[in-house]
Design a binder for this molecule. Sequence first.
Ligand code: ATP
Ligand code: TPS
Ligand code: MG
Length: 326
Amino acid sequence: MMTEKDDHPGGEFDLIARYFTSLAGPGAYGLADDAACLTPASDGKRQVISTDTIVENVHFLPDDPPDLIARKALRVNISDCAAMGARPVSYLLNLTLPPQRGKMFLEKFSAGLAADQRAYNLNLIGGDTTRTNGPLVISVTMIGEVPADHLLTRGGARPGDAIWVTGAIGSSWLGLQALTGKIDHLDDVFAARYRCPEPRPHVIPPGVATSCLDISDGLIQDAGHIASQSQVIMALSAADIPLPGKLPPPLQRKYFEALVTGGDDYELLFTAPETATATATILDASQRAAVPITRIGTVKPGPAATQLLDEMGAPYQLTRGGWQHF
Ligand SMILES: Nc1ncnc2c1ncn2[C@@H]1O[C@H](COP(=O)(O)OP(=O)(O)OP(=O)(O)O)[C@@H](O)[C@H]1O
Ligand SMILES: Cc1ncc(C[n+]2csc(CCOP(=O)(O)O)c2C)c(N)n1
Ligand SMILES: [Mg+2]
């Protein structure tokens, strides 16, 4: 079997120069110094920093195409920036490579990074490369910026606010089921979405949302984070949750619980005042971005909790809320 040493005869520094230096941006010193040096955001802007790791067999499958693994690593972080209302700008890349991930892998992987750098106007500013006999691990730290008065957090939801969500919920979970042979005859769009999420930067109109997060662990569990950070009840109407249109309605019903708790959605869940102006602004933004934004509930006063209600207003009993690593 080809070892990493055979495959990267120039060692770690040659590997960085070969695959990553062309991706480097301002302040990165060509990925050849001890650290990057950035000019802090100015003109009333704030810096937003988030980090997220993806692990083979935990967040992606070993056979996923290398360019899409790269794009997923970037996109889950772009999604966290979007959840703060921020525009992603530059990123650090920490790679832990097993021996079988050699030249072919890195060529495709770096092409995936390049494609999303172009798509999202990003620069690589540094990172770290190590070797393991364990699984492939990719960690990205994303730095973004946001005008100070457009920063979004999980803590601003107020009783009476409307609850909105972008896109549809459950597509990635369906993709994982298709790719692992657990559900047959599903549309290919689901596997594509699992492998390459579609984060939603620039979709929520600035100045309208009172709180926001991105859904990574499952809609129900993640709604609970807004509930606890804002000290409110997130009352969700089950019938209003947008489910994937390409899933036939009988399967939407059959898999409802898994769809709303499965995670990997990278859609935005946010709250906004229930005024005609805010509603019109949101629906207009949805049209302009060609991304559905659907009202799925109302914020209520009370101790932090998520309620999922059926059409009669009765609570839905779920066996779980979402993904937990531990
Ligand atoms: N090891 C850690 N050290 C410091 N802070 C951490 C650590 N792990 C998580 N956090 C912080 O805890 C909060 C929740 O982390 P988590 O990774 O669950 O983020 P999330 O946005 O809810 O989910 P996702 O990682 O899928 O985007 C974040 O503010 C994160 O910075
Ligand atoms: C192979 C495979 N098995 C299971 C899943 C599901 N999954 C893993 S981590 C996670 C939450 C987000 O991660 P984190 O909280 O670490 O950001 C979810 C929904 C997957 N994506 N791939
Ligand atoms: Mg998040």
